[in-house]
Design a protein. Structure first.
Length: 318
């Protein structure tokens, strides 16, 4: 039986690397990954392709002959850029996805997975379903640019599913964390930044941006990878959109306490209200993914934090 060829766009990024390394361990697929500014992954089971995903010819060359595309490439960063430079999430992401989906359509790729996010939802104390987003409502101000860009790209997936043979899966995932995340105070999301602060604290304290009252749905990357595998195997519809999250929202001040406990360090917490923060609360209702595909998260937040702290100690040089 001929092996299916899987292309992971953004294979050197956080989500992309976890997915790439996961599928590289399987014997029934050939794994290809794109890289651009970062060094290629050094793994004999992964064929790395140097690609600028904002260039049409590069994209067409990478996509040719592929059976599956997992689109994990994106321009991403943390709260600082979202507040101070929101345009950085708009242009390149719109361009690269437009080119990837067009190339997938023209090459008759069998299945495309696209990672969206949850920023189009209004803040809510109740977990949000896919149907809770209403395009007539305003997206939260700080997420206006990135939110509508994601919605546009989601609709592009639906468009190509309607006019061609390629199947599309849109993943509205919550905040993902785990191995290979950005542990960088400038570019990382709240989980990676907090782990870095806790692990590198030198004066016995951790500084939290804002008041720490905002709440986030935090999902371990292994659960997201499991969803991708299940969607590739079980999705029947030409186009499907799924929430993928833990289903509960954790306040940032509680998250910081949990990470400190897991780290084994004795640290106090201080709050800096002059730093950028996005004071919203959101959790995702993933009932649709459970009912249609049989997916549910398996890793609790406490277990995920413990795993991540161990990985950080083993892999990040302080």
């Amino acid at each position: 039986m001929q092996k299916k060829k899987i292309l992971i766009c953004g294979a050197t990024g956080f989500i992309g690397r976890n997915i790439t390394e996961h599928f590289a361990e399987k014997d029934d697929v050939e794994v290809y990954g794109t890289y651009h500014n970062s060094p290629p992954l050094e793994n004999s089971k992964i064929a790395m392709i140097h690609t600028d995903l904002t260039q049409k010819d590069d994209v067409a060359r990478a996509v040719k002959g592929m059976d599956i595309i997992i689109q994990a490439a994106a321009t991403t960063s943390g709260a600082k850029d979202i507040v101070q430079k929101p345009h950085c999430h708009v242009t390149d992401n719109a361009i690269m996805n437009s080119l990837i989906f067009r190339a997938a359509h023209e090459a008759n790729v069998g299945h495309v997975i696209f990672f969206s996010c949850s920023v189009m939802y209004q803040p809510s104390e109740t977990p949000m379903k896919e149907t809770d987003f209403n395009a007539s409502e305003d997206i939260y101000e700080k997420y206006f640019g990135v939110g509508w860009t994601k919605v546009y790209i989601e609709k592009m997936c639906e468009f190509y599913a309607r006019i061609g043979d390629t199947k599309y899966t849109v993943v509205r995932h919550s905040n993902i964390y785990g191995p290979h995340d950005k542990y960088d105070l400038e570019k990382s999301h709240v989980f990676g930044a907090t782990v870095a602060k806790v692990m590198t604290a030198q004066d016995g304290k951790v500084i939290v941006w804002g008041e720490g009252k905002e709440k986030r749905d935090l999902l371990h990357v292994d659960d997201l990878v499991a969803f991708v595998e299940i969607a590739l195997d079980k999705q029947e519809k030409k186009f499907a959109l799924y929430n993928v999250g833990l289903g509960t929202a954790t306040a940032i001040h509680e998250l910081v306490k949990k990470i400190i406990t897991a780290s084994g360090r004795k640290l106090t917490i201080e709050y800096d209200t002059t730093k950028p923060t996005i004071p919203t609360t959101l959790a995702l209702d993933s009932t649709k993914a459970k009912n249609e595909l049989g997916w549910t998260p398996r890793i609790s937040l406490e277990e995920g934090i413990a795993r991540t702290c161990v990985w950080y100690k083993d892999n990040i040089t302080v």
